[in-house]
Design a protein around this ligand. Structure first.
Ligand code: XMP
Length: 507
């Protein structure tokens, strides 16, 4: 598979460069800026990109790539700080300049290769405080802005390019075209990064491991896809365990078991631990305490299973690429197999190595892999669900009664949103319940019943969220069904708090 490597000099946009390149089916990988010459040779890239970063090349401690990289004669593209590194390395001069943040108009001076097909000018996103004062010999200026005379430079014979702006951010017009020009026309990389090729390669890699693999599955997309890939590679040497903590959505435990057993013939054990979890949660109303109890109980049950059904050599996890980047674990070329101990609170003596088949993928790529592996559309489009489950959607103590109310009411919310065509447009939708009660009149009798809170939110990444302006008729229908179908409920309220200041889950 053809690869582009992106040397990470610390820009917040570094991973976006990979993201954009993968979107046109070329594999791109973010690597540390000081990656060794041997590692680069091993990766055998078709081209190299230097990312942006917060440093200045004239500072003594400025991060620099391994100098041998310049002798490899690979096509090079420097972006922002990477641009300045190229200027500096090939004998030009970088100076402190007036800061240039936000949009600038880039005038194209030469559109014969890197800036081919982008027109005469474009809006480019800038974020820099240094600029090239003198460009190196054998380079020419191919684009400029009012403030940066050398905003895009090229040495075509050597295939070395530098651009002061960020083509990877959506605010730069034609940014993808510029990356395509570099990757496809200058590096001549083939567009062979498809999820089909990923599945084939990953399954091939995993089939080489020995020993048994333990995989905790939650029914969520990441753990499901990780399990299916491993199963494809090693069959029944993979054992999946699903802990039913009694805090799942209505009937979810059966749906998950059915999916694994009927569709995927995976070695699957469902552990019904409802009683243990509910006993441990008895009398507890503090939200953080509830979360802690659920986490600890999960680890205990999981450990017992590992002890009983082992020995296992590997623990599979559904870690994704953004987690790898964020956690700073990306200390080298991402490998799907890495040795690591005591992850997720599991005891050291289990001595498990970690298998992370999805650690090179972004979420939308996981969804594509899921579709290839035959995961149902229903699971693919299901809203996210918190790890501690309904324990965080029940305010106060978790009781059987409140659990039943939340499950049935949430199912009504989901079904009605689905029927009205709203389900796929929103981030999450559920019903929560607490201990407050309100008076109702049923028939001719006064009744003191529970208050249910409906929460429906829109969000891009769960960091912020807004409550969804649902049509009143739809809200009325949901409310009607809840009070008619759940005896205990007298009042239904709709939550109109956004995040911030509220959170998506009530606890
Ligand atoms: P909040 O309530 O913090 O939630 O606005 C943001 C998103 O994260 C989910 N969430 C969790 N997911 N374990 C999880 O796996 C948790 O403990 C947890 N708490 C909240 C929540 O459903 C929402 O999508």
């Amino acid at each position: 598979m053809d690869k582009i490597i992106v040397l990470d000099f610390g820009s917040q946009y570094s991973h976006l460069i990979c993201r954009r390149i993968r979107e046109f089916s070329v594999y791109a990988e973010l690597v540390p800026y000081d990656i060794s010459f041997e590692k680069i040779k091993e990766l055998n890239p078709k081209g190299v990109i230097f990312s942006g970063g917060p440093s200045s090349v004239y500072n003594n401690d400025a991060p620099r790539p391994n100098s041998e990289i310049f002798q490899m004669k690979l096509p090079l593209l420097g972006i922002c700080y990477g641009h300045q590194l190229i200027v500096d390395n090939f004998g030009g001069k970088v100076k402190r300049a007036n800061k240039e943040y936000g949009h600038s108009i880039l005038t194209v001076d030469n559109n014969s290769d890197l800036l081919g097909g982008v027109g005469d000018s474009l809006r480019a996103w800038m974020s820099h405080g240094d600029e090239a004062e003198k460009i190196p010999d054998n380079f020419q200026i191919i684009g400029h802005t009012e403030r940066s005379q050398a905003a895009a430079i090229a040495n075509k014979q050597e295939s070395v390019y530098g651009i002061q702006f960020h083509p990877e951010v959506v605010h730069t017009e034609m940014g993808v075209q510029i990356l395509k020009n570099f990757v496809l026309n200058i590096c001549h990389a083939k567009q062979d990064w498809t999820m089909e090729s990923f599945v084939e390669k990953t399954v091939g890699d995993i089939s080489k491991i020995d020993g048994n693999v333990l995989c905790g599955v939650s029914g969520g997309i990441d753990s499901t896809v990780a399990a299916l890939l491993i199963h494809k590679a090693i069959g029944n040497r993979l054992k999946c365990v699903f802990v039913d903590n009694g805090l799942l959505r209505l009937d979810e435990e059966h749906e998950i078991e059915k999916m694994f057993k009927d569709n995927f013939s995976v070695n699957f054990t469902a552990i019904n631990a409802k009683r243990q979890f509910l006993d441990k949660l008895k009398g507890v109303s503090d939200p953080e305490r509830k979360r802690k109890i659920v986490g600890e109980e999960f680890v205990r049950i999981f450990t017992e299973f590992a002890e009983k059904s082992g020995p296992f050599k590997w623990l599979a996890q559904g870690t994704l690429y953004p987690d790898v980047i964020e956690s700073g674990v990306s200390k080298g070329p991402a490998a799907i197999i890495k040795t690591h101990h005591n992850v997720g609170g599991l005891p050291d003596w289990l001595d498990l190595q970690i298998l992370e088949p999805l650690r090179d993928l972004y979420k939308d790529e996981v969804r594509k892999v899921a579709a290839i592996l035959g995961v149902s559309k229903k699971l693919l489009s299901r809203h996210p669900f918190p790890g501690p489950g309904l324990a965080v959607r029940i305010i106060g103590e978790v009781t059987e009664k409140k659990l039943e109310i939340t499950k049935v009411a949430s199912k009504i919310v989901e079904d009605e949103l689905e029927a009205a065509g709203w389900y796929d447009k929103i981030w999450q939708a559920y019903a929560a319940v607490g201990d407050d009660k309100a008076v109702g009149v049923v028939g001719d009798e006064r009744k003191y019943g529970n208050i249910v809170m409906i929460r429906v939110v829109e969000s891009i990444d769960a960091m912020t969220a807004d409550w969804t302006r649902l049509p009143h008729d739809l809200l009325a229908k949901i409310s009607n069904r809840i009070t008619n179908e759940i005896d205990e409920v007298t009042w239904v309220s709709y939550v109109i708090s956004s995040k911030p200041p509220a959170t998506i889950e009530p606890q």
